[in-house]
Write a protein that binds this ligand. Structure first.
Ligand code: BGC
Length: 703
């Protein structure tokens, strides 16, 4: 904790002008509502008034729960034919339209897309998934998953974008804006849902500052910047109350402070736990069917336990969202031919090209030179496996998957590709390994190792590979001239026992249906690797805060620090820092300038930096800007990400890259004032290529 002289504080932005209830607003409910609606808001509200005046209690309550049925467009929530009110069809999910809707484009998982650090690409991915969902008859897309990756052991790590609040917020906004060109997106799971094995019962406690600064900003951005139409409450409890009956989360923060205009639906089945508490706390729709709402809710209203105002408010939100997103007017629907269209599978390929992270490359072991390659061994349990991620709710069923082996075989040119199906120990395999110029070992995690609790593998209980896979790598390294490890998985994998024995390592994630092609393009140098880790890879998992997923420990506390902020504070060296990734070319950054020396509350401060490609081939660099705090009176991380940019540079090219520091991102949440506060201290700007490679520094102040 850094304690400085007590200094007057300045409230960020227009907050002071907003009503007390908007203490975490960052923008007024008014401005949010105008952009939330595709139609003039006053017109919609008048129509909603009219509809509500004609609806019985039963009809209003009917709008507040799913039907339990699954249509071709997903889980249904009721229409009201008498009044011409359309229903919803809700479908997952974060890496493409759920298997429940038939075939769809399988994109690399969200964590892979996070590693691209390319929100513009993410906007296109969101748009593509939204178009496919809509073409299949869905109106609500149950994505994005934007829970912060507090620890890589979380089974659903792959569904979110990373460990950093700022980075995650940019992806949340991009996905929602893209998807909402076609459907209503649903930002999930609100909130603090980052443990699977105890997801239905765990009680996560955090202090108010940590909640507002670390775990919620991406939801706020989805609501206030991207105007997301719906938010899904999480299964877990927060500070004792289940999220679907947590009025602090739903009423005070989401609907109050942030001015959210859409509706909240519960997570499925065990996501709703009560009738009265849920209705009173702001749960608008129970999904997928009325276990606690329906008849029980009608009875609770009649008994005076739930005021009619709560019912009217929930029904209003549901109707408003339906009308604002024009579900009643039969707008043109994308042609079903968009599903797995050439454009969408090409986008899935592009996303994986940008996502692959080169973690190690000794003596320029990569890229492989086709002409200098006699034979190339491909080995490992995932080499010829369609390993595209969790088989829980985010599961996608594409009509084909290019495996790493298939991709390598089709990109190898004249090199002979030898696929070894055993563990490398047979005499024939040993001979093949010794004879080959290089061996590619494809290992990592599958849905059996990590995924949705109770459906797929749940949480991980080690961050290491299995003993068999580690032994396989060692065996290949013993026999092969050049050992290249391709890792698949949804988050950090520790590499200590074997990293020094191998020549190169790629993190390829769950790479989507075109993954094998992108992996091969990177291996052969057709594509320069440019992804960077959206999380920290520790030497050992004991370097990170404890991850508790034990059913015997249902009370879990999330502290202020995690990920790079944690290891920075503890003085721990990571194996691979947040923001790290190598390239086949090299870059430098120089000449950092700030547009001014001060930052005004609510404002942004421009920064610029020269980025030069100093190598011999073209490539993309992801330049990162972090801010540190001098003399803060509250606990702060050593530094935190405040801006980033992906830039393409030809060999030898220099570009001046603009970056922006938003006051909002470096303010702290003052619990006593219930406001975000921009402290009048000195801020240290650091710019570079990862969170641990920051050669440039500049300072500014807030007065
Ligand atoms: C998951 C949600 C998903 C829902 C509907 C739940 O089990 O937690 O993420 O949207 O199912 O499939």
């Amino acid at each position: 904790m850094q304690l400085g002289p007590s200094a007057p504080t300045i409230v960020v932005g227009l907050l002071a002008a907003v009503a007390a209830a908007c203490s975490d607003g960052g923008g007024s409910p008014e401005s949010a509502s105008q952009a939330f609606c595709r139609l003039p808001e006053a017109e919609v509200e008048a129509r909603v008034d009219d509809l509500l005046s004609q609806m019985t209690l039963e009809e209003k309550v009917e709008q507040m729960a799913g039907t339990g049925a699954l249509g071709s467009g997903g889980w249904l929530a009721p229409a009201n034919e008498r009044l011409g009110i359309p229903g919803f069809a809700m479908i997952d999910g974060p890496r493409g339209v759920s298997v429940l809707g038939g075939h769809a484009t399988a994109f690399p998982v969200a964590m892979a897309r996070g590693a691209s650090w390319d929100p513009e690409l993410e906007r296109r991915v969101g748009e593509a998934i939204g178009a496919e969902a809509r073409a299949k008859g869905a109106s609500v897309l149950l994505a994005p998953t934007i829970n912060l990756l507090r620890h890589p052991g979380w089974g659903r790590a792959q569904e979110t974008y990373g460990e950093d609040t700022h980075h995650l917020s940019r992806f949340a906004v991009a996905f929602v804006e893209g998807a909402q060109q076609h459907v209503i997106a649903s930002a999930k799971h609100f909130a603090l849902n980052s443990i699977e094995d105890t997801r239905f019962t765990v009680n996560v406690t955090t202090d108010e500052r940590t909640l507002r600064e670390i775990y919620l900003p991406q939801f706020r951005a989805a609501v206030q910047e991207a105007h997301v139409g719906s938010v899904m409450s999480a299964y877990n409890r927060v500070d004792g109350a289940y999220c679907a009956e947590n009025s602090h989360l739903l009423r005070d923060i989401l609907k109050g402070d942030w001015g959210f205009r859409g509706f909240v639906e519960s997570d499925w089945i065990l996501g709703t736990r009560s009738t009265v508490a849920s209705a009173r706390s702001g749960l608008d729709i129970e999904m997928p069917s009325p276990s606690f709402y329906g008849a029980k809710l009608i009875a609770a209203v009649e008994a005076g336990e739930v005021p009619m105002d709560d019912i009217d408010e929930a029904a209003r939100r549901v109707l408003r969202t339906k009308l604002c997103f024009e579900l009643d007017s039969d707008p043109p629907v994308p042609d079903p031919a968009v599903v797995e269209s050439a454009d969408h599978t090409a986008l899935a390929l592009d996303a994986e090209r940008e996502a692959i992270v080169l973690l190690a490359n000794r003596n320029a072991a990569l890229p492989l030179e086709r002409s200098a390659l006699g034979s190339l061994v491909v080995i490992g349990p995932l080499a010829d496996s369609a390993n595209i991620g969790d088989t829980g709710s985010s599961n996608v069923n594409p009509s084909y998957v290019v495996t790493p082996l298939a991709g390598i075989a089709s990109h190898a040119g004249s090199a002979q590709v030898v696929f070894l199906e055993d563990d490398g120990s047979s005499a024939a395999s040993q001979n093949a390994l010794a004879a080959a110029d290089a061996a590619v070992v494809v290992v990592g995690l599958t849905a059996a190792d990590e995924g949705e609790g109770g459906v797929s593998g749940g949480d991980r209980h080690t961050l290491a590979l299995s003993a068999e896979q580690e032994a396989l790598i060692q065996r290949v390294a013993d026999s092969s001239r050049r050992t290249i490890v391709v890792l698949e998985g949804g988050s950090a994998i520790t590499v200590e026992p074997w990293i020094d024995r191998v020549d190169a390592v790629l993190m390829a994630w769950y790479p989507g249906q075109e993954g094998g092609n992108a992996i091969a393009e990177v291996l052969f140098g057709d594509v320069n690797p440019s992804g960077k880790l959206p999380f920290t890879v520790p030497h050992d998992e004991s370097d990170l805060p404890e991850f508790v997923s034990d059913p015997a420990r249902l009370d879990v506390t999330y502290g202020f620090l995690h990920g790079y902020r944690w290891i920075d504070a503890q003085g721990i060296e990571p194996r691979f820092p947040f923001g790290f990734g190598l390239s086949y070319t090299s870059f430098t950054v120089a000449n950092l300038t700030l547009d001014g020396r001060t930052l005004a509350p609510g404002g942004v401060l421009g920064a610029s930096v020269d980025v030069t490609n100093t190598g011999a081939r073209s490539g993309d660099e992801i330049v990162q800007l972090y801010v540190g705090f001098e003399g803060s009176r509250v606990e702060r991380p050593r530094r935190q990400l405040a801006a980033f940019a992906r830039v393409h540079l030809e060999a030898g090219e220099t570009r001046r890259v603009p970056l922006e520091i938003a006051a909002r991102d470096i303010a702290y949440y003052d619990v006593a004032q219930a406001e975000f506060v921009l402290e009048p201290i000195t801020y240290v700007v650091q710019v570079g290529e990862s969170s641990r490679d920051l050669p440039l520094e500049a300072r500014f102040r807030v007065r």
